[in-house]
Write a protein that binds this ligand. Structure first.
Ligand SMILES: NC(=O)c1ccc[n+]([C@@H]2O[C@H](COP(=O)([O-])OP(=O)(O)OC[C@H]3O[C@@H](n4cnc5c(N)ncnc54)[C@H](O)[C@@H]3O)[C@@H](O)[C@H]2O)c1
Length: 391
């Protein structure tokens, strides 16, 4: 099939490579010139895709990258994978989605099947998306299929993670299912767009609530000098009715801190409560001051203390620092007078600062999201606060 994938980031690029690898002809469209320049040179901007993955599909002529939306006119399948973040007022920001839809609309044909993969609130595909695309004046099929990719997960990838699909019409559902079945092992349909839009929000809200819960339990355990990781592992021996979540400095990334807000904003709009999500956000936002307090307890005062924060990425083994929990912790430490450096050899540059080496010259090291390869023995006898639990 001729496929256009709009947005070549953490979601769109692995999808493009997976589709190209089974013989579809894929054009990856992105408005970021740096992203396109890298892709044109066969270089991958993300960790889960290697340079050779890209070079191989370019060489086989099953993939090309462009910033030109004209390519949409020859695509049977047009997939939207652009960001759906929060704005400065912490509300859903659909501006990237709206912009992408306006860019593709003039190029749609009567054969086009448009699939939204970006995370959205229930009703968005049927209302906002359909309305904007109808302005193209041509009939088109429309479906929703959320992405579940988990960067740096070596077990679950685009092809073996089950995919959810729902179409605006029966025909749209069948076309989307047929496309995804060509490279995804399990494809499941929902009875409406709204069921699948909400399923995606439920998945990530479930994670936010449970991560925040374990981070509160971690504080309880720390106060009692009980190892929370051992507690979770002990509880996880129960073969049913329990799922382990492990403590951290808080949620991060483009999804877990963001997507639940799409659910709670919709809940506000229709006048129903979403208290678990609100509480989970509150706990998450309280973690920087909690850990600054723990650091103060260890050092007496933070004033002029040299502290190294290890791991700026939002989770170990990725280079993505969006919504990183390290940001709040660094701000809290600096507000208390500490001299803070950070180490992350995947992120390297962040907020006009650069990664500092791991050395034993600090009063304290705070482990936020250390990558697996980090040689923490270089900290030698430096006192360590491990936000991920354990002593
Ligand atoms: N990152 C994840 O782990 C993940 C997992 C599941 C779902 N999602 C969802 O998938 C969507 C995309 O997330 P992502 O992490 O891939 O984002 P990303 O920022 O990595 O990639 C998005 C890409 O879209 C491009 N873009 C922005 N506006 C555009 C436009 N108008 N036209 C063309 N290209 C445009 C950007 O330049 C960027 O390269 C979001 O809705 C996100 O919530 C993300």
């Amino acid at each position: 099939m001729q496929v256009a994938i709009v947005g070549q980031g953490y979601v769109g690029l692995p999808l493009a490579i997976a589709a190209a690898n089974v013989g579809h002809h894929v054009v990856g469209i992105d408005t970021n010139p740096k992203q396109i320049a890298l892709l044109l040179r066969g270089l991958s901007p993300i960790g889960d895709i290697s340079d050779s993955d890209i070079s191989a599909v370019i060489a086989s002529e099953h993939y090309r990258a462009t910033d030109n939306f004209q390519s949409v006119s020859t695509a049977e399948i047009v997939i939207i994978c652009v960001p759906t973040p929060l704005d400065s007022a912490y509300n859903p920001d659909l501006s990237f989605l709206e912009s992408a839809l306006k860019s593709i609309a003039p190029h749609l044909t009567t054969d086009s099947l448009v699939i939204i993969e970006s995370t959205v609130a229930p009703g968005t595909t049927r209302n906002l998306v359909a309305e904007l695309l109808t302005k193209s004046g041509k009939p088109f099929d429309l479906a929703y299929s959320p992405e579940r990719i988990d960067p740096a997960n070596s077990t679950w990838n685009v092809t073996n993670t089950p995919k959810l699909v729902a179409g605006l019409s029966e025909q749209a559902t069948m076309r989307a299912v047929s496309f995804y079945r060509s490279f995804v092992e399990t494809v499941t349909t929902g009875s409406s767009l709204e069921v699948i839009e909400t399923a995606k929000l439920l998945e990530n809200s479930f994670r936010l609530v449970n991560i925040s819960f374990i981070n509160e339990v971690a504080q309880f355990c720390a106060a009692l000098k009980i190892d929370v990781r051992e507690v979770v592992d002990a509880a996880a021996t129960k073969p049913y009715g329990f799922m382990p979540f492990y403590p951290s400095a808080g949620v991060g990334g483009h999804c877990i801190p963001v997507d639940p807000k799409y659910l709670s904003s919709k809940a506000d709009e229709i006048g129903v409560p979403s208290r678990f999500i609100d509480l989970a956000h509150e706990i998450n936002l309280s973690l920087p001051s909690y850990f600054a307090g723990v650091a103060t307890g260890m050092l007496g005062s933070l004033k002029d203390k040299k502290i190294l924060v290890v791991g700026i990425a939002y989770k170990p083994d990725v280079a993505d620092s969006r919504e990183t929990p390290a940001a709040g912790i660094i701000t809290a430490l600096r507000t208390a007078g500490a001299v803070v450096s950070w180490h992350d050899d995947f992120v390297n540059e962040w907020k006009n600062e650069t990664s500092a080496p791991l050395t034993d010259t600090y009063d304290l090291a705070i482990l936020v999201n250390p990558h697996t390869h980090c040689d923490l023995t270089l900290l030698a006898t430096t006192p360590v606060l491990n936000t991920r639990g354990g002593y």
